[in-house]
Design a protein around this ligand. Structure first.
Ligand SMILES: C[S@@+](CC[C@H](N)C(=O)[O-])C[C@H]1O[C@@H](n2cnc3c(N)ncnc32)[C@H](O)[C@@H]1O
Length: 199
């Protein structure tokens, strides 16, 4: 048996995230996932929400990490992974579905890429589209925990472009792109699940 790319944090958070997404995405039919990583989220969520067509994506240089787990998925509602770097617009992923999910990506990609993500949504997101974003955020310019402060320091050492984002700045991008916040849910390990809907 070959071993698949694995992330322990994905394994820990996929259950709690699923519990929220089952309600949030209940009336959706398709999800574009940005920055799918190892595919643990894509395969878990597609497997537990058979009513969704789940489209995993990754930057071209990381798509070989995503593909193996997706290849092993038993079912027809997980689409073949697509290459997508959100900063390379226009996105080549076809018409956007009625939902978008991304986990632990906004603090990794450069802020300019976060802006491009919302610029693309401003142009192409369908009315009513749900946007669910999981990860750590700062509020009022403050860390929400000591562990997030440590994590941010670690991110800065790893890349000058990575940083925990301010909720207010991301929300401002979402508002400019025509989205309104629906939910800001506290999740385990000082993470949040933010949900916006396009007006
Ligand atoms: C910490 S990993 C998170 C992976 C997975 N979503 C998870 O929760 O385990 C951050 C991901 O962001 C992706 N990423 C970085 N820059 C990106 C960009 N410009 N466009 C799309 N994805 C990007 C990386 O390739 C990486 O897979």
């Amino acid at each position: 048996m070959r071993s698949l790319p694995f992330s322990q944090s994905c394994e820990n958070n996929k259950g709690p995230i699923l519990e929220v997404l089952k309600t949030v995405f209940a009336d959706c039919s398709g999800v574009l996932e940005i920055a799918s990583g190892t595919g643990q989220h894509a395969t878990w969520f597609a497997g537990h929400m058979a009513f969704l067509r789940w489209q995993p994506t990754e930057v071209p240089e990381a798509i070989d990490i995503l593909r193996p787990r997706c290849d092993e998925y038993q079912g027809s509602n997980l689409l073949a992974p697509l290459a997508l770097d959100v900063s390379k617009r226009p996105w080549q992923v076809g018409p956007l579905p009625d939902a978008l999910f991304t986990a632990n990506s906004l603090h990794i990609m450069p802020w300019s890429a976060v802006c491009e993500l919302f610029a693309e949504l401003a142009e192409n997101a369908p009315q009513g589209m749900l946007l669910a974003v999981y990860g750590p955020f700062n509020y009022g310019g403050q860390y929400t925990s000591d562990s997030n402060a440590d994590f941010d320091q670690w991110l800065a050492q790893r890349s000058p472009h990575s940083a925990i984002r301010d909720f207010e700045k991301v929300d401002a991008l979402a508002i400019d792109a025509g989205f309104a916040l629906q939910e800001d849910k506290a999740m385990p390990a000082n993470n949040r699940l933010l949900v916006w809907r396009r007006r």
